[in-house]
Design a protein around this ligand. Structure first.
Ligand code: C5P
Length: 222
């Protein structure tokens, strides 16, 4: 193995991808955003006009799609079947539809298998909802990031403004709550903290201090 497996899970907009990228950089590990994979399948389903509750059609999509990543200075670029979808998978439409797609058994089975393959040699920081509980249950480092829903809505709001999206703050908060509810109540590998995960509440913490907390946990296992 070339380094540890670092699993970072938590609810929507808790800062997972921001800190996961920085942690990966610090340790020279690969960064893998598993949410991007669920988003990629969701985008393709929407583009193909498939209903989000059509499990059979979505299972076909996941079976016949190739998702790939290339690293870049902002983390990673995302491709499906050779087309770049880095920006498109962040649309509000995809964000509000992804939990339904992520609840489908065939989707989870296929994507978590790919994630295990990506992580098998270690030296990886993987963020998601079920990494420490289901995808990499033997990861040496498991972090569970949380933050108040008000703070998470504010962070999403700021990100959106930079992208020119103007959804009101209270609407974002409702969307985040709805997504967390669906992600924590689905039947297969719901969002939950692994027993052996270190929980970090990022509500009042700077990005830098979250990164250094995680680095401490990693260093203690090296
Ligand atoms: O992390 P992000 O917000 O991009 O994740 C998008 C969605 O993908 C989540 O709301 C969840 O429905 C799904 N997801 C998942 N399991 C993961 C990562 C993401 O179910 N490991």
């Amino acid at each position: 193995k070339n380094g540890l497996q670092v699993a970072i899970d938590g609810p929507a907009s808790a800062g997972k991808s921001t800190v996961a990228k920085l942690v990966a950089k610090k340790f020279n590990y690969i960064y893998c955003d598993t949410g991007a994979m669920y988003r990629a399948i969701t985008l393709k389903a929407i583009q193909n006009g498939v209903a989000l509750d059509d499990e059979k059609a979505i299972a076909e999509i996941v079976k016949n799609s190739k998702i790939s990543f290339t690293p870049d200075e902002n983390g990673q670029r995302v491709f499906i079947d050779g087309h770049e979808i880095t920006q498109e998978i962040r649309s509000e439409d995809v964000t509000n539809s992804v939990s339904a797609v992520a609840a489908i058994a065939a989707v989870r089975k296929q994507l978590s298998g790919q994630q295990q393959e990506i992580a098998k040699d270690g030296g990886i920081v993987m963020d998601g909802r079920d990494i420490g509980t289901a995808v990499l249950p033997n990861a040496e480092v498991k972090i569970f990031l949380v933050a108040s829903v008000e703070e998470r809505a504010k962070r999403r709001y700021k990100e959106n403004i930079q992208k020119g999206i103007n959804t009101p703050l209270d609407e974002l908060q409702l969307e985040i709550e709805a997504r967390d509810y669906k992600d924590s109540h689905r039947k297969i590998s719901p969002l939950t903290k692994a027993d052996d995960a270190t929980e970090i509440d990022t509500t009042a913490l700077s990005i830098e201090s979250v990164v250094s907390e995680i680095a401490k946990v990693i260093n203690s296992k090296l």
